[in-house]
Design a protein around this ligand. Structure first.
Ligand code: PMP
Length: 445
């Protein structure tokens, strides 16, 4: 199936855009162009409706073209389109900060705004270093991430990230070490949180023994790894990381760019898994993906450490921030997005529907023996596909492309198909996507 027929793009236009996270050579031979989106569906150039099985890139839990967000954004553009920092502000950022803190675990109530998940990770890591320096422990500069972790595309994000393909081109990053991932043998086809793998947290003790806690600023992990393959934390694992960090005076950061605001059927991954970190990074769902925005929630003591600084009050406590931090249009979108999540009771909805979701995705086990594992939590799932020709992502790529042609958008990443439908999805839509996926997997077996 060719996708180019109705495109008006010239070759020069196609060549000009160096697309992110896309095989440019393949795309430009046969572009799959999205024209519009509403509710749970995209429309492509041929006018075909395509179900959004990953909520954008884990961004659009409310679906697309949400009237309340559209109106808030349109109104904001007309009222205040930009607002500078350096001692000036606008009301919506304070309202949104307070709104976000209501979604965060108790005590994580100081919100720093950024423009993306990558900037949020950068912010959390910089503040972690600065925090220890403020406390007279300036040698605490190293970071610990985790194998298969994804923390964005910045230099700091790839350094703590643990997906080899995202690192190898770029050489030296920040000094970071990695915990092993928790996708261990014996957990295959577990529904929800797996039993095996808690002991992987003990590796943190080895890293501390090697590098000494006096040199380590923070541990950063996604409570549920998203891009690395939808890896659900084993029971007790995050608790153990928390204990070890407490014992050794190391900050614990949860990267919740995917898991915050409902995806786990809870306000955060932290709430879902019952562990409170010292800082939470977020982005994506905060504005429903409509306007780029990220944020970091810090526990109050971290904020207070910087405020308790002496010197003239006009002095910047932290020389850090972005031109688009707390952008008024993003704040308006954020207030509307979080307002809709509450108003529509969507966190409860995800929670209520997740047992049926779990049953549906686990039916894929029977589709083919190339399905070697299925993982799920909340409204998220990862399906591991056996490699072919020694290329782990070849089959998932082929399956995802064929699914698009059948009218379903799902994501491939390494050896996994990722699924994360909008929070407003109906069971019939889930059934239809899973049936199509089962047929497609069979065909590629
Ligand atoms: N952290 C996590 C856990 C993510 O999933 C992502 C994006 N997929 C990022 C950070 C980076 O966010 P962004 O692409 O908005 O910079």
């Amino acid at each position: 199936m060719s996708h180019i027929a109705k495109s008006n793009l010239t070759q020069a236009q196609l060549d000009a855009h160096w697309m992110s996270y896309t095989g440019n050579r393949q795309f430009k031979k046969d572009p799959r162009i999205i024209v519009s989106a509403e509710g749970n569906y995209y429309t492509d150039l041929d006018g075909r409706k395509i179900f959004d099985g990953l909520s954008g890139l884990w961004t659009c839990g409310l679906g697309h073209s949400v009237p309340a967000i559209n109106e808030a954004v349109a109104q904001q553009v007309k009222t205040l389109d930009y607002s500078p920092a350096f001692q000036f502000g606008h009301e919506k950022s304070f309202q949104l900060a307070e709104q976000i803190s209501q979604f965060m675990p108790e005590g994580l109530n100081r919100i720093f705004f950024t423009g993306s998940g990558s900037e949020s990770v950068d912010t959390a890591l910089k503040i972690a270093r600065a925090y220890w320096r403020k406390k007279g422990m300036g040698t605490k500069t190293k970071f610990i991430g985790r194998a298969k972790g994804y923390h964005g595309a910045g230099i700091s994000g790839f350094s703590v990230g643990g997906i080899p393909a995202n690192r190898t081109l770029y050489g030296q990053g920040l000094e970071s070490y990695h915990l092993p991932h928790t996708q261990v043998a014996g957990n295959e086809f577990t529904k929800g949180m797996p039993d095996q793998g808690k002991e992987k947290a003990e590796e943190l003790l080895n890293l501390i023994a090697l590098h000494d806690a006096s040199n380590i600023a923070a541990v950063i992990v996604e409570p549920m790894s998203g891009s690395g393959g939808v890896i659900i934390p084993p029971k007790g694992y995050l608790q153990r990381l928390r204990e070890i960090c407490d014992q050794h005076n190391i900050l614990l950061i949860f990267d919740e760019v995917i898991t915050a605001f409902g995806r786990m059927g809870a306000k955060t991954g932290s709430e879902a898994f019952g562990v409170t970190p010292d800082a939470i990074t977020m982005a994506k769902q905060v504005t429903n993906g409509v306007i780029p925005m990220g944020a970091v929630a810090f526990k109050q003591e971290i904020y207070d450490t910087f405020m308790d600084t002496g010197g003239p009050e006009y002095m910047l406590e932290v020389p850090h921030g972005y031109t688009y931090s707390a952008h008024p249009i993003a704040c308006a979108a954020g207030l509307a997005s979080l307002g809709e999540i509450k108003k529509q009771g969507l966190i409860q909805r995800v929670n209520d529907m997740s047992p049926a979701w779990e049953n549906s995705v686990h039916q894929l086990k029977g589709a083919s023996d190339i399905v070697t594992d299925i993982r799920n939590y909340g409204f998220a799932a990862g399906i591991t596909i056996a490699p072919v020709d020694n290329e782990p992502s070849k089959r998932p790529f082929q399956i995802a492309m064929e699914m698009w042609d059948k009218g379903y958008y799902v994501r491939y990443g390494a050896d996994t198909i990722q699924l994360a439908p909008p929070f407003i999805t109906e069971q019939s839509e889930i059934d239809s996507m899973i049936n199509a996926l089962g047929d497609t997997i069979k065909k590629h077996s």
